[in-house]
Design a protein around this ligand. Structure first.
Ligand code: CNA
Length: 280
């Protein structure tokens, strides 16, 4: 669904044309923007998919509304629902998907300029994408600290608490504050790294947007950072944001692993992709 006339940079609006563009060597600074949809195939539900999404399954936690589970004020009064959910989401229980491994392949071929992820599941790290190329825009479960005195909390203790869905508390003398992973809750600021690296999107020569509803700001405006003549490819179950409105946008609607496999086929990378995924 292109509203702007013929493409300027691609030969046509297709995945084959995107593959040709990469193979021609003109795409050397690829930015990737991801969300929960790239991890659903790993068994981690997203937020907003009807019926299977987390928000549809939170009824058992007795929340005023589903978003409350990631709301700092609600957490201060009732941290238990977050820890019930954290037990299900905690890194270590899941395996990276084909989409994660494809992003790793971009990095190993020297083509990944920056990965911006909204995910907190650490599957990008688990897939072996170099940490300096990852911006975890909404933080992650990698570290945690007391919300009162900010003292970091030991990782092994955190793992024990989360495995029992227990609420960890600060062990500093006279503190006893609630401990929270460094994931960004609603109304909290994004990590400064997000703002430090936002300009990397300005110099992209290709953007891949994968598995996100683009409902959460400021992340949702990242695809708008990419210059207008730069091709943007959307791998998602549904059309989102302004994707599809630029002349060089390509929409690959459906399951993102399937779309990524098609691109890998067109690039001649498919065997390598499957082999790397099996070896993880
Ligand atoms: P979201 O709002 O739930 O949207 C997910 C999007 O992905 C939707 O547009 C779906 O249609 C699409 N989708 C779902 N499955 C697939 C699939 N297999 N292939 C292609 N598309 C698919 O999630 P967003 O990431 O956009 O929202 C941002 C929130 C979600 C961030 O704050 C995350 O921290 C948070 N979240 C993260 C995880 C995780 O870390 N894995 C899980 C759930 C929620």
């Amino acid at each position: 669904v292109v509203s702007e006339g013929p493409p300027v940079t691609l030969s046509e609006c297709s995945l084959d044309a995107v593959a040709d563009y990469i193979k021609s060597g003109k795409a050397r600074r690829i930015v990737v923007m991801t969300g929960a949809g790239i991890s659903t195939a790993a068994g981690i539900p997203d937020f907003r998919s009807p019926e299977t999404g987390l928000y549809a399954n939170l009824a058992k936690l007795n929340l005023p509304e589903p978003e409350a589970v990631f709301d700092l004020n609600f957490f201060k009064t009732n941290p238990k629902p977050f820890y019930v959910l954290a037990k299900d989401l905690y890194p270590g229980n899941f395996h990276p998907t084909i989409s994660h491994v494809f992003i790793r392949m971009l990095s190993s071929k020297g083509l990944l300029h920056q990965l911006y992820t909204q995910n907190i599941d650490c599957l990008e790290r688990a897939a072996g994408i170099p940490s300096e190329l990852i911006v975890e825009a909404h933080g992650s479960f990698a570290n945690q600290r007391c919300i009162e005195c900010k003292t970091p909390f030991p990782h092994d203790l955190m793992r024990d608490h989360i495995s029992r869905a227990e609420v960890p508390r600060c062990t500093q003398p006279n503190c006893n504050g609630l401990v929270k992973p460094d994931i960004v809750f609603f109304h909290e600021a994004l990590p400064s790294l997000f703002y430090d690296r936002i300009h990397m999107a300005d110099s992209a020569d290709l953007a891949l947007v994968m598995g996100t509803s683009l409902q959460v700001h400021p992340f949702a405006s990242l695809p708008e950072q990419v210059p207008r003549h730069v091709p943007r490819v959307l791998f998602n179950l549904e059309r989102v944001g302004s994707l599809g409105s630029h002349a060089d946008d390509v929409l690959v609607l459906g399951d993102c692993d399937t779309g990524v496999r098609k691109l890998a086929d067109a690039l001649g990378w498919r065997e390598e992709l499957e082999a790397e995924w099996r070896q993880l």
